[in-house]
Ligand binder design. Structure first.
Ligand SMILES: *[C@@H]1O[C@H](CO)[C@@H](O)[C@H](O)[C@H]1NC(C)=O
Ligand SMILES: *[C@@H]1O[C@H](CO)[C@@H](O)[C@H](O)[C@H]1NC(C)=O
Ligand SMILES: *[C@@H]1O[C@H](CO)[C@@H](O)[C@H](O)[C@H]1NC(C)=O
Ligand SMILES: *[C@@H]1O[C@H](CO)[C@@H](O)[C@H](O)[C@H]1NC(C)=O
Ligand SMILES: *[C@@H]1O[C@H](CO)[C@@H](O)[C@H](O)[C@H]1NC(C)=O
Ligand SMILES: *[C@@H]1O[C@H](CO)[C@@H](O)[C@H](O)[C@H]1NC(C)=O
Ligand SMILES: *[C@@H]1O[C@H](CO)[C@@H](O)[C@H](O)[C@H]1NC(C)=O
Length: 360
């Protein structure tokens, strides 16, 4: 053990000596907490190459300002029943990326049992981007997350682009609650070219302000969602634009869910240029009765300034095209909304006047 640590620091020392004026570029190919801590301290560029993180440990990277972190090869995590996260990164002005050949292979099938977060094995969250400031996450491939794939939380100024989450194996192996990206308590988050094949929300914005989602492709999951909103420490969603995205073979397309009896707000949300294909349950669903009291919407989390523009596509015959069930909603403006194919009708309630919405 001791000699291993010495070897690690020697390597870092050498690299620094070679480029005395530059910070070191460091590659770590075997998981060792001390090596990672040294690299955090001494290296401007860190490459994690094909490491296996032991069961029950978080790969923690609290990066110095301006660090570039690169994943290379196949990274794996050992099986252990716990909440995780398996990967936790924080920093300012950092860039987190994957090299061409990399994959973050969570091997969720080791945990999957069809129950997701509702019982059975305890399944770790995969990647928490916690407290990122002015940072970029790009070209990341996550395979078979055990639970939610990525959380962006307590962050301000994040561009997440070219992110690929592939949980297709979960369709037959019991994958559930494999959310693509969740956003919590963050400001100024832009998500570009996200591709998700999964069994839950493609994106779920739980809270946050000034969020843009553009050019995403969502297949097999529960759609592009706001919520659930309510019941947490911070329950405000404001200024969200979701645009030019496709949602296919998913349970829902466009969804906003606010929690029964909770307080908070959802203000200035726009979905524009959204294409739906083969949606199972609801093309568009906006409901204020989320949680155990399903059946009565409450108005403590009012949905205000809600725009849909050019949202088109089809729902399967057994599904519902549009369902709205809210209270206290104001200033909605839906135009060019054309969702067809669903034969089931659910009666809507709470649609603001003059908003151009018919349930059908
Ligand atoms: C994640 O990283 C942050 C910042 O370094 C730290 O405060 C937090 O404890 C870490 N979380 C876990 C579960 O390790
Ligand atoms: C938002 O975050 C991005 C990415 O970090 C940054 O480039 C941009 O300046 C931020 N914008 C504002 C208004 O803070
Ligand atoms: C990042 O992903 C984009 C889109 O998939 C691709 O065009 C680009 O070559 C990738 N960049 C790197 C450095 O892998
Ligand atoms: C509403 O949100 C959009 C998109 O995020 C933003 O550009 C716009 O400034 C916001 N409007 C107001 C009144 O804040
Ligand atoms: C509607 O959105 C789709 C993308 O989802 C786009 O291809 C199409 O051009 C848009 N139509 C209009 C009239 O803007
Ligand atoms: C409606 O929302 C407002 C805030 O916009 C809130 O003060 C009020 O209590 C809500 N009404 C109901 C019936 O929940
Ligand atoms: C609703 O949206 C349409 C299209 O963007 C716009 O022309 C119209 O002025 C809006 N109506 C209101 C009441 O804001």
């Amino acid at each position: 053990m001791r000699s291993f640590i010495v070897t690690g620091s020697l390597l870092l020392g050498l690299l620094t000596a070679v480029h005395p004026s530059l910070a070191a570029t460091c590659t770590i190919s075997t998981y060792n907490v001390n090596d990672i801590k040294d690299a955090e301290k001494d290296c401007k560029e860190i490459t994690l190459n094909g490491i296996s993180v032991p069961a029950g440990e978080t790969l923690n990277l609290n990066l110095n300002q301006g660090t570039k972190l690169t994943f290379q090869g196949t990274l794996t995590w050992g099986f252990y029943e716990w909440d995780g996260p398996l990967l936790n990164i924080s920093g300012t002005d950092v860039e987190i990326s994957g090299a061409m050949d990399h994959v973050l292979d969570v091997r969720g099938n080791l945990w999957w049992d069809g129950k997701g977060g509702n019982g059975g094995k305890i399944k770790p969250i995969f990647f928490v981007a916690h407290g990122l400031r002015n940072s970029v996450i790009r070209n990341i491939t996550v395979k078979n997350p055990s639970n939610h794939a990525i959380w962006i939380e307590n962050s301000d100024g994040v561009i997440a682009r070219d992110i690929y989450v592939d949980s297709r194996a979960g369709d037959t192996l019991g994958g559930h609650n494999t959310d693509g990206i969740n956003v919590w308590t963050s400001n100024n988050v832009t998500i570009l070219r996200l591709t998700v094949y999964n069994q839950d929300d493609c994106v779920a914005i739980k809270s946050g302000t000034n969020i843009v989602i553009k050019d995403s492709y969502c297949s097999g999951g529960h759609g592009l969602s706001i919520g659930s909103v309510g019941g947490r420490d911070y329950n405000i969603v404001e200024n969200v634009l979701i645009t030019n995205s496709q949602i296919l073979n998913s349970d829902n397309g466009v969804r906003i869910k606010t929690v029964y009896g909770a307080t908070g707000s959802v203000t200035n949300v726009t979905y524009e240029d959204i294409t739906l294909k083969e949606i199972n349950n609801y093309g568009i669903i906006i409901h204020g009765d989320y949680g155990s009291h399903a059946g009565v919407p409450t108005g403590g989390v009012p949905i205000k300034e809600f725009t849909l523009k050019n949202v088109t596509g089809n729902v399967k015959e057994s599904g519902v095209n549009i369902y709205v069930f809210v209270k206290n909603a104001t200033d909605w403006n839906w135009t060019e909304v054309e969702v067809t194919g669903g034969k089931k009708i659910k009666e809507c309630d709470g649609i603001p006047e003059d908003s151009g919405i018919t349930c059908y």
